[in-house]
Write a protein that binds this ligand. Sequence first.
Ligand SMILES: *Cc1c(COP(=O)(O)O)cnc(C)c1O
Length: 393
Amino acid sequence: MRDKTLCVKRPQVSHEGFASLATPTYRASTIVFDSAEAYAKRSQRGPDGYTYGLHGTPTSRTLEASITALEQGERTVLVPSGQAAITVVFLSILLPGDSVLIPDTAYPPVAGFCENYLKPRGIGYRIYDPMIGGAIAELIDESVKLIWTESPGSTTMEIQDIPAIVSAAKARGVLTGCDNTWATPLYFKPLAHGLDFSSMALTKYVGGHSDLLMGSIAVKDTDLHRRLKDTMRMIGIGVSPDDCALALRGMETMGVRLAHSGQVATSFARRMAGLVPSGLVLHPALPDCAGHEFWKRDFTGSSGVFSIVIPPHAEDTIPDLLTAAKIFSIGASWGGTHSLLAPMTITRKASDDAHPGTILRISIGLEDENDLWADLHPIVASIAAREPIVRTA
Ligand SMILES: *Cc1c(COP(=O)(O)O)cnc(C)c1O
């Protein structure tokens, strides 16, 4: 071989004895074949074969298999974001004339997708009260093909009665799915509770370091897996092996990160609940949280995100207190090592607007607990004051 060829062709080196604990990052667009015959038959390689980088590499398959094991499922697909994990499920199941039921407390872009993407294409949706439980049966008509759940609900933290919803759906042959980003399969196993799809924004706790975007969908049924893969292939989406390697690294520490953040978040929530009027702290482990009994029954823990309602008298003081926070950053995409505060405005369509106005979402990371409390204390004090704190210059 001449020099320019040597620049391109790689010599074979031995892998013998190279036993690393790290998962190698295999990058690929094209996959090459030993023979023209193998190439001609590439479509027969099945869901575990390799045919094109977009459809999987050993790195992405390792992440998929790790999530499948945690989810107690059969297969997992990886998509470029948590939002895509939801939309790919919807697109794989729903046809014109069909409809989907989504909870009022779903991650807000889900309703946006239904209204602005699905509806113009003839796919309907209905928003339901997250606390509906078995009464969801009354909303199931011939058009309903999928019931989506998210528990706890975004920002307002309601825990849904998943077994009741699943049994109503199964009685009518309707598929069900759950956005399990908050609990992760460490604290709630959607597939074991009868849901057909378990989705997660790996962007949050699995990635864990605020530096990657990815979503996963786990299933038990291999036919559903095929439908998800078909949709992804037709749309042309996949994930980067570099991001998969980051997610695999993040997952190794997820157990200890979640245990720590969850313990600090729960102790802060209890402390705050003792200082402010009742009902303002929204955390599934608090007895007055909507669905607390379902959390106790179905979940094995809680992660590091909870909320506190900002009453009208404190609204004006909050922006300055957020800006003054030294350890917390202001930002939305939670689940990392850095603690975050995010003021959220919530509007509800199918359930009571129990908390109009601003709700402060709190994500606990890995910083020192006392440093974090020093930031939260003035916020809690302004809420506890029950009237505007008048500052003297
Ligand atoms: C962040 C989040 C998503 C979306 O994840 P992205 O990767 O940011 O698209 C979906 N569901 C929940 C519950 C989330 O918190």
